[in-house]
Write a protein that binds this ligand. Structure first.
Ligand SMILES: [Zn+2]
Length: 445
């Protein structure tokens, strides 16, 4: 990688996210994958690449706690539906139809969008098959990705192409974890990902828990996203969704539940007591009309929360800026202005998100010794003027167009607004071609 192993980010307004309201004019030196120094007036060592951060904010790279890059080719093709119909009529048939080359094209598009939008780490859920293609794309493009194949062995409306044999499904996850957990110098990690209660038998959930705990992998699933889904889980199990999951072992600091919109008081307490991670996905929750997770209440109880864009067909973008702006405004409806202030939003997009992913001691802050993951946000945009509090600027004035540079694990992944690790024109052409083929096969055109 040559010069990419030593990078000097020069002349920026650095927001280390070590303490709220703290920032400094400084340079950041990243060497051998880690932050070596944050200080003014650093000199580049020989062979070091210098990235200009003049008139820019330098932040820890953004973290998303719930995405599905494999769904990228269904973007703009699953409009106007509530969750269960969106899954049954569009997303499940799409996932069942995906061929290996299409999984690769979808993953490359989604990961390229994440990186050029300033997201350097993500927790991702794949589909039931061809998960190697997702990890290969992540290895190539340079993102820090925790991902896993999804598990489904039952459920109303699930196409036969996605219904798996339980033992075979778990054996595949075990083999995938052996191949990819810790790969790319630790950038890639495995997560065991049963889709949701309605598509998993209790035996499959128990097997998923046993596998994750025996290997030290994260557990990642969806819970209490939509009222109809939450009701169906109660009819099936006699318990609240989060309560049922905790009873089968899907709870704790190694567990991430996407959504958590429809919770009773006991479930909020349970999330806090068990230190279970929650991925707040306001963009997807609004698009599918699912509801609004009560984030101020969860924060008050001490629940660990990150942000996620969820799938491209339910958002329709993978922009952390869209999720941050929503998280910083949406909760004002129920709780009044400032319900979740800009610093708290920025924390959810950085170290709080990293904590949810189990990376909280080395990702999500810009401090010496921490992972060399950062983003440089240009203040050229007129919505950034006039400069003031950097959290307000980044959360409400920034957008994916603000991303000037991105560094992951000490390597430059975005340089001057362009993906540095692959040809975006090629990614775009592959995605278009694959989406056309899929649309034709699915009879969607
Ligand atoms: Zn999801």
């Amino acid at each position: 990688m040559g010069s990419q192993r030593s990078v000097l980010v020069r002349g920026g307004m650095v927001v280390p996210m070590a303490a709220r309201g703290e920032w400094l004019q400084a340079d950041v030196h990243v060497k051998d994958g880690r932050v070596a120094a944050v200080a003014p007036g650093l000199d580049p060592e020989p062979g070091c690449e210098v990235l200009d951060a003049g008139d820019a904010l330098v932040l820890p790279g953004f973290v998303q706690a719930h995405v599905h890059v494999v769904q990228s080719l269904a973007r703009h093709r699953a409009e106007g539906l509530p969750l269960l119909r969106w899954l049954k009529e569009r997303i499940w048939p799409y996932e069942a139809a995906l061929r290996p080359s299409e999984v690769a094209a979808a993953a490359r598009l989604g990961i390229a969008e994440l990186l050029t939008g300033g997201t350097t780490s993500a927790l991702d859920m794949g589909t039931t098959h061809d998960q190697d293609a997702v990890f290969s794309a992540a290895a190539e493009l340079g993102i820090r990705l925790t991902s896993g194949k999804c598990h489904m062995d039952t459920g109303n409306g699930v196409p036969t192409g996605l219904i798996e044999d339980r033992e075979e499904s778990l054996a595949q996850a075990e083999a995938l974890g052996s191949r990819w957990h810790g790969a790319a110098s630790g950038r890639l990690r495995y997560a065991v990902a049963p889709r949701f209660v309605l598509s998993c038998s209790p035996e499959l959930l128990a097997g998923a828990v046993a596998l994750a705990r025996s290997r030290g992998y994260l557990l990642h699933t969806h819970a209490s996203e939509n009222a109809q889904e939450t009701r169906a889980v109660r009819e099936l199990t006699g318990r609240g969704n989060v309560e049922f999951l905790a009873d089968v072992g899907i709870a704790g600091p190694d567990t991430v539940l996407a959504h958590c919109v429809h919770l009773d008081e006991g479930e909020v307490r349970l999330l806090a007591e068990r230190q279970t991670g929650v991925a707040h996905c306001p963009g997807a929750n609004l698009k599918l009309g699912s509801g609004i997770a009560d984030v101020p209440r969860l924060l008050r109880h001490g629940v660990r929360i990150g942000l996620g864009a969820d799938g491209p067909p339910c958002n329709n973008r993978l922009s952390i800026f869209h999720e941050m702006a929503l998280a910083g405004t949406l909760h004002n409806l129920a709780h009044g202005p400032g319900a979740v202030d800009a610093w708290t939003v920025l924390e959810m997009a950085t170290w709080r998100g990293a904590q949810v992913l189990g990376l909280g001691d080395e990702v999500g802050r810009l401090l010496p010794g921490w992972k060399g993951d950062l983003v440089v946000l240009s203040c050229d945009g007129l919505a950034m003027e006039p400069a003031a509090d950097p959290a307000a600027m980044g959360v409400f004035g920034g957008g994916v167009e603000s991303v000037r540079h991105g560094v992951v694990d000490g390597s430059v992944v975005v340089r001057d607004g362009e993906l540095a690790t692959a040809d975006v024109g090629m990614i775009r052409r592959e995605a278009r071609g694959a989406a056309e083929g899929l649309t034709r096969r699915l009879g969607w055109s």
